[in-house]
Design a protein around this ligand. Structure first.
Ligand SMILES: [Zn+2]
Length: 507
């Protein structure tokens, strides 16, 4: 972001003394997935069984979240050592007895959301960065998105950043279509997706008009592959991220579904950007039931979200998911992502819990629930529902007890530094836990394409919560990760998602 005039919310940026960039480069949104068999670093942790500490937990916390797993595999491996060490590190936080935790603690033994500290952290994240963060120059649209989405969820008004955002994104757009991660960089689907989402969050006609939709459409056409998928940039790799980003951009910008003339994919007999896409995603489901980045590699939580959200953008999930995924197998793999006692989600088999999967894995559940609930009703939630398919309490406990950094910002797990990527996606996970997302058969847009993507609604969950009312966040659209589109204040020619969100203060 360029420097701005000092304002009420301008703050000095706080970073760790090492001046090292946050670990975003190794996270799923910005990296390639590890292939099976790749070794992990050696843990120096003892392989001894995890012992229950004698320190008593706060009142109101079920034993499930205060004790080591009742069944432990005696075979010690690098993976099991790391898992044991993680549990030992998390247990004092889960028990509410770790000295760095800030209260107040509620009757369920859960600490309050440190709202003001996180707001300050998010405002900081949109300011200037020290030189050590130069690696993030290729993530400008992402930095914008994480900060803006986080601020929206926590009750701040992100539209105040509109002019700064336009200033940042204008030079990142290429004449040949799409946005680069930084100025002078080639267009990439990840950066373009984050740019479009950021513009949708600040909203308004001016934000919409920044985007060269015709050039964007032609660029997307050049990324289309004969097997139905998309490359993430011209000459780049093809994966599920590309598929999801294309569908989100296509839907939000109301671009033509037809392929532009003279693109390579037309020579393979394809006519539409969506041709063969669902079949491509289907080929990414692995023997475990999860979904990989591309056919034949390891299943991964972030790619699962991308694939499921992409299918739900293509059409009603009760049709697209049931037709193109083995749902029982998917449920089995996805259920295995939530651990006890931690309560959080892991991204892959034999990996550790990580706060960002609160969104990537947690975000899969509303889509699957909608698919299993079947055809939506005209108004309101379905009369019968499969209900929650995971432990909302467990994830809420992990987020509020283990993921809040002492001075603001949210993190992967205890012992890790916070960063804006984790702050955004941990908050997104908490927001999703606090709301029930469902579809009706009425879309806020009557446009011909992808109407079901705009038929989602949200209502707060009021029963059985282990957090306080003051910890409640704003809901995000489950397929886009932006405020829900509203059928007012819209510019002509735009999908309604690009309308200025109506603010509803939650504080
Ligand atoms: Zn993470």
């Amino acid at each position: 972001m360029p420097p701005i005039v000092a304002g009420k919310h301008r703050r000095k940026v706080r970073f760790s003394s090492s001046n090292q960039p946050p670990p975003t480069a190794s996270d799923p949104a910005t990296s390639q997935q590890k292939r099976p068999g790749t070794s992990v670093k050696h843990s120096k942790v003892s392989s001894a069984r995890i012992m229950a500490t004698q320190e008593l937990p706060r009142a109101g916390i079920p034993e499930l979240f205060t004790q080591p797993p009742s069944v432990q595999d005696p075979l010690a491996t690098e993976s099991s050592d790391l898992q044991s060490a993680t549990i030992e590190k998390c247990l004092p936080f889960l028990k509410g007895i770790q000295s760095s935790q800030q209260g107040p603690f509620n009757a369920h033994g859960v600490p309050a959301l440190q709202r003001d500290d996180h707001i300050a952290y998010l405002y900081d994240s949109l300011e200037d960065y020290p030189s050590g963060f130069v690696i993030l120059d290729a993530s400008r649209p992402w930095m914008s998105y994480w900060g803006l989405a986080g601020l929206f969820m926590i009750g701040e008004d992100p539209t105040r950043f509109r002019s700064r955002l336009l200033q940042t994104l204008r030079p990142a757009q290429n004449r040949t279509g799409g946005f680069g991660g930084g100025h002078g960089q080639i267009s990439h689907l990840a950066g373009s997706y984050a740019a479009v989402l950021s513009l949708a969050i600040v909203g308004g006609e001016e934000a919409f008009s920044v985007i060269d939709r015709h050039a964007m459409w032609q660029w997307l056409g050049r990324l289309k592959q004969a097997d139905g998928g998309f490359r993430v940039c011209e000459g780049g790799e093809e994966d599920v991220r590309g598929a999801y980003c294309v569908m989100a951009i296509l839907t939000l910008l109301d671009l033509p579904v037809e392929l532009p003339p003279n693109v390579e994919a037309r020579k393979a007999g394809l006519e539409n950007l969506t041709d063969g896409l669902a079949q491509y995603l289907s080929r990414c489901q692995t023997y475990e039931g999860g979904i990989s980045g591309s056919p034949g590699v390891e299943a991964h939580g972030a790619y699962a979200y991308c694939a499921l959200a992409c299918l739900a953008l293509l059409g009603p999930p009760e049709e697209t998911l049931t037709r193109h995924m083995n749902l029982p197998l998917l449920l089995s793999w996805l259920s295995a992502r939530q651990y006890a006692p931690e309560g959080g989600f892991s991204g892959r088999t034999n990996k550790l819990v990580d706060g960002c999967y609160s969104h990537w894995v947690g975000g899969c559940w509303p889509i699957i629930q909608s698919a299993l609930d079947g055809k939506p009703q005209a108004n309101g939630p379905p009369s019968t529902t499969v209900g929650s398919l995971f432990s909302r309490e467990g994830l809420t406990r992990y987020i509020l007890s283990c993921c809040q950094a002492k001075h603001g910002g949210l993190r992967d797990k205890p012992g890790k530094h916070p960063d804006s990527y984790h702050t955004c996606y941990v908050l997104a996970g908490l927001s999703a836990m606090q709301h029930y997302h469902y579809r009706t058969d009425r879309s806020v847009t009557s446009d011909r394409n992808f109407a079901s993507a705009f038929s989602w609604k949200s209502t707060p969950i009021r029963e059985g919560n282990v957090y306080e009312k003051s910890d409640r966040l704003e809901p995000l659209h489950p397929l886009f990760g932006i405020p829900f589109p509203r059928p007012t204040n819209c510019g002509s020619g735009a999908k309604l998602a690009l309308c200025r969100p109506t603010r509803k203060r939650s504080r």
